[in-house]
Design a protein around this ligand. Structure first.
Ligand code: F6R
Length: 242
């Protein structure tokens, strides 16, 4: 594993965007695994800037996102499809048909998950998977205790996640109770993994994930077994790792 120390959030974002753009330059038809959340917003903004300068061409790129709420349509402002369109896809020359997010509107979980696995396989797997990390070590929506061997599957959101997410919805009843997520197995099959993290609140879980025991109780800990992982984190997030 390679750990790259960034000065701050902006520096982390630029460094991550550099690695993503290098991947696209080296393989114009690269398959990028993408994440939502607060952490990657700066990296996406940087990619848009470089695209506008003419430095990156996304016309042949395919993207495969980690997760989506079950029940939300892509036009819902809290859906992850909406997030990706707003922060990245609407601002670059990617073919929107080559951007994939699990289909939240498919009420048939088995069908939705099989379909997503099929899309990932058809794309030939993921060249570079971008990941954030949850405070409990989750990656995608793979919460502590999730079996490592799962592909795309449907998860029930924990009461604390529903509570936490309710701030983004008009009422707690509107918060989806389930989500579709790429499984740990699929994440581990990505040829390269790029995790980004920022802020002191991520320090403890980064230490546990990369220097503690490998256990489903800390889903990100499995990345210790991946042959090509880069962690880019700012000083605060790396404060417990030296
Ligand atoms: C998002 C995702 C999540 C986030 C994680 C960290 O697609 O899969 O695992 O990466 O919850 O979120 P932030 O970046 O908001 O701290």
């Amino acid at each position: 594993m390679k750990i790259i120390k960034a000065k701050d959030y902006n520096d982390m974002s630029r460094k991550a965007a550099n690695i993503i753009s290098a991947q696209v330059i080296m393989k114009p038809n690269a398959v990028l695994g993408l994440a939502t959340g607060t952490t990657p917003i700066g990296a996406y903004a940087q990619l848009v800037k470089w695209y506008n300068k003419g430095d990156i061409d996304f016309s042949e790129v395919t993207t495969i996102n980690l997760d989506e709420y079950k029940g939300l349509d892509g036009t819902h402002p809290q859906s992850y499809r909406y997030f990706m369109n707003e922060h990245l896809f609407n601002h670059i020359n990617i073919d929107i048909n080559n951007t994939h997010v699990p289909n939240g509107k498919d009420e048939d979980s088995d069908h939705a998950c099989e379909e997503y696995n099929r899309i990932i396989n058809k794309a030939g797997g993921i060249d570079l998977q971008l990941l954030g990390i949850g405070l409990d070590g989750h990656i995608g929506f793979n919460e502590p205790g999730t079996a490592f061997e799962l592909g795309t599957h449907c998860v029930k959101l924990t009461e604390s996640t529903i509570q936490a997410n309710s701030r983004l919805f008009d009422s707690i009843d509107e918060v989806p109770k389930e989500a579709y997520t790429m499984g740990v197995k699929t994440i581990m099959q990505a040829r390269k993994v790029l995790m980004i993290a920022s802020g002191a609140n991520k320090a403890e879980i980064l230490k546990e994930s990369f220097f503690g025991p490998v256990t489903p109780q800390v889903p990100a800990s499995i990345l210790q077994m991946h042959p090509d992982v880069i962690l880019i984190a700012d000083k605060e997030a790396l404060s417990l790792i030296e």
